[in-house]
Write a protein that binds this ligand. Sequence first.
Ligand SMILES: *[C@@H]1O[C@H](CO)[C@@H](O)[C@H](O)[C@H]1NC(C)=O
Ligand SMILES: *[C@@H]1O[C@H](CO)[C@@H](O)[C@H](O)[C@H]1NC(C)=O
Ligand SMILES: *[C@@H]1O[C@H](CO)[C@@H](O)[C@H](O)[C@H]1NC(C)=O
Ligand SMILES: *[C@@H]1O[C@H](CO)[C@@H](O)[C@H](O)[C@H]1NC(C)=O
Ligand SMILES: *[C@@H]1O[C@H](CO)[C@@H](O)[C@H](O)[C@H]1NC(C)=O
Length: 948
Amino acid sequence: MARRNIFFTGIIVLNILGLIYAVSENRFDISKLIDGDIDNVRAKSAECVFDKQIRELGAVWTPDLGPPIGVLYCMRCTCVPYHKKKRIVARVQCHSIKNQCPVPTCDDPVVLPGRCCKTCPGDISPDTVQDIVPQNVAEVEEKNGKHYAALLTGRSSLVLKNEFVKPIGDLNKNNVVATGRFSMHKRNLYYSFYISENAARPQSLQFIDNQGNILEEFTLSHAGGYVNSLYQNASRKVCGVWRRLAKDYRKLLKQEKMYAVLVWGTKDPAEFTLSGLITKNSALQTELLSALLEPSPGCDSNSMAGAGGTAIVSLSTTVTPSINVAIMFNGLFMPSELENVPINITLSMDDRRQVVLQEIAKVTKPAIDVNVVNVSATITQAHLRYLTRGRVLLSVSSVTKPEALRLSGNIITKASCEIFQSTLSSSNGANPDSVSGMAWLYLNNAGSLIYNIQIDKLPPKENPPMITLIDTGSKKKTELESLIPYFHGDGWANGTLDKLTPRVLEPLYAGDLAINVATTSDNSLIKGKLTAKPVDEARDAPAPVLLKREYSNLSTATVGLAWISVDNECHLHYDVSITGIGDRKMELWMEMYPFIAPGAPFINKELESFQGNSVEGSPVEVLSREELIKLETGVNFLKVKDASTKVVLLMATVTKVSIPPPCRPYTTSPDNSIPDLYDHPQVVSTGECFFEEKFYKNEEIWVSSKNACQMCFCQNGAAKCDFMTCPEVNCTDGKMITVEGECCSVCVNNSIPPRDQKCSWNGKSYLPSVKFHPFLIPTGFDLCTECYCDPSDLQIKCSRLDDNEKLCCNKNNCNNKFNINDPLSDDFISPDIPDYSVKHQGSEYSKKKENFAAKILEEGGCKNPSNPKKPFANGTEYHPYIDSLGEYKCVTCKCQNGTPNCSRQHCDAQTCKKIQDIKRRKEKFNQSDFCCSPKDCRKLRHKKKHTS
Ligand SMILES: *[C@@H]1O[C@H](CO)[C@@H](O)[C@H](O)[C@H]1NC(C)=O
Ligand SMILES: *[C@@H]1O[C@H](CO)[C@@H](O)[C@H](O)[C@H]1NC(C)=O
Ligand SMILES: *[C@@H]1O[C@H](CO)[C@@H](O)[C@H](O)[C@H]1NC(C)=O
Ligand SMILES: *[C@@H]1O[C@H](CO)[C@@H](O)[C@H](O)[C@H]1NC(C)=O
Ligand SMILES: *[C@@H]1O[C@H](CO)[C@@H](O)[C@H](O)[C@H]1NC(C)=O
């Protein structure tokens, strides 16, 4: 178990109203103890985080505070719900169980290890240490009880019973209606909504109990209607998942006591809402098509205000096809109609020329919010085809007032949000070219099948391949449809299959539909069976990525498909499916590069360890904004590694992951160009510089690859460059020659020096005899110093040009001329220059300086690497001077008897908190003010998490 790394100096137990809270003396820790470390563990508002574990409402456990306190055996903690306005949120409450201990029966009772109460030998211990509600025990799913539906209209009983939402009345002028579908998988509730076309996308979705308490809320769209999901935008559906429903909420759902509420507007109370009770309906298990019913044109808009309905349509496509329609509706009753009211149900072609089905159903006891009727009939093959193409209109009307009281809507694609996907791989093993692929499909509102198929490594001679849909459920493995037999350069076949027939729809939902890719030489080169997947956060991505085989020892049939996306709360989600990998332990990693260039810095994140052929989730550690933006602007590699050997088994390139606007970094450059991002030390904590397609480390010096006279250095992510003018050379006896890749020409006599003999200084080599100005950080070329590569010993000799005042003034401070009388004047020269000599040897001022410095050194002083004339006196403390940073406050040195003792100030949590505060206030962050970079801080947090 992960333990929190907090060191308590003591613990006080407070007894407030019978509840005992564990409070550390350190006030800073209480919130952490109670609310959890939100930085590291992500939980919903109605969940408790304690000791880095997420616990659901109602969970009871014995708290373990980790070292040095350990388990508090006399305490019990519970995750309890409490009201925060209309919301139900969770809180950890802990109380002592000591007073529940029975009176011991002997004189010398003892506390056994791991127990709270004193007991005598033979007593049955009353307190056992265990989580009373076991965590993460997946309940056996009820086969028939996992599908639910809701009709959301202005006539919901929730609106009538509670005043927590404004009655919509005038607000629902357009008579907006919505319907929802819900299904439970493990402890997650997947939801889908269809909403009237005249309504905008709602702002949020709430789940509410029958008292009007908000149990959970989801943001559906941001200001400006931004929808970060290709599928949801294309289908106009609202899709998502409520993960980890607490046991009590699963119970509410089963008892049909939970409401779904769609909220438009952000004000509180919400501007406009639609709500509906979530109910079971057995027809949902076989639903193939759905309908949203709205008041028909020409009806009595007053009597029908707020009314609506939905239909759950099942089909059987045997020789004699049949249809079953379950309808949930309201609003079709006259005030006088109280019992056994007949309702006219008509299915007709949408041009109303042909009737498919007509039946009168009776509603025994009309309800204001939801009534359910069911009709079944046999239909013709032709009608079946029209149905799957969205050409059939369903109308439900009052028998007494058929024109005034009528709801209608076309029967269209199933309301649930589903994407069908498959990896494509060779089944027979013969796959010399390692061809692999993937496919993903969905149905749009017009009933067309949108397909995207990617094939990798298809030999050009095999293009175009034959791509077909096959019904594997039928005995003959019937080929149903032929898809685009044409590949674009990018290896994709994208298209739409209009006029979908029931022969495709039925196997599609039954999980029998497969995609087969055949070539002239192989009639089943690669194939895969499509599976329906609910649209969760990861599937909001515009497309999945193909995980290609990296490790050649794997079978050529190994391939994967991964969805990656970032949700409105800025969390990364992934969903990976792999074929042909066998049963081994694996790890999922994300490697993030700003772009691919030599030396590019990268961030490597382990997302999850897993076993089996699929993994879905979200990293527990939240990605920073700077990391998120890399997913959008950078190049990222998703890698599946073997957990023991760390060999990369599969890999995919992930780019352009769209990041919702609120999740972008606070500071981005105005034009958003990528390299520009790297000029902001606060954005790139790594400090590398990008220059001429290459990355350089902080403080590195280099010569431009395009201009030999340009030299640069990297300072906190910014490349600082300077151009050199070569010193004048008096070449009366020789000949000037220019060597390629060298900035300054060299004067050679009769003998040309061999090329491989060069002087070398500061990472650059110089031709013998060449004269140059040294390049210094941070000022650039020092035109007041002239250096020379001595051909006799290949040493660089430099001299100060005091006489060339005009030139020196350009670079040094002219207004601040050297004060000849001041022995400490900042007559700066890089100490790195060997054999430094001042031209006016013997002049009074230089002697004075030398004497002064020599005296300090004699008395136990330390050399000053940045200014030889200003040594540090014995016993003084100082910060070293680093060219690129100036005085470097993170290192403190003390001069002791001629030896500097330096120590670096380590990055600590306090400094990190300061940095975080600055960032939170969106103030400019100057890294040299602190001894930590944001990266150090993240490392610190990470380390804390893992070493504890
Ligand atoms: C969303 O859908 C609309 C209409 O279908 C389309 O015009 C728009 O480009 C889509 N936006 C995105 C981000 O896909
Ligand atoms: C039911 O409605 C259809 C068309 O809406 C109409 O033709 C038919 O007469 C109605 N049947 C009854 C019994 O009202
Ligand atoms: C096909 O669709 C994929 C995924 O949406 C996309 O990346 C690709 O560019 C498309 N190719 C063509 C030719 O439309
Ligand atoms: C070049 O050097 C020669 C002798 O070494 C000297 O006579 C001459 O004046 C110098 N020329 C210049 C321009 O400095
Ligand atoms: C340097 O200072 C220390 C402590 O002040 C002193 O003991 C030592 O003698 C000094 N060294 C010299 C060489 O003066």
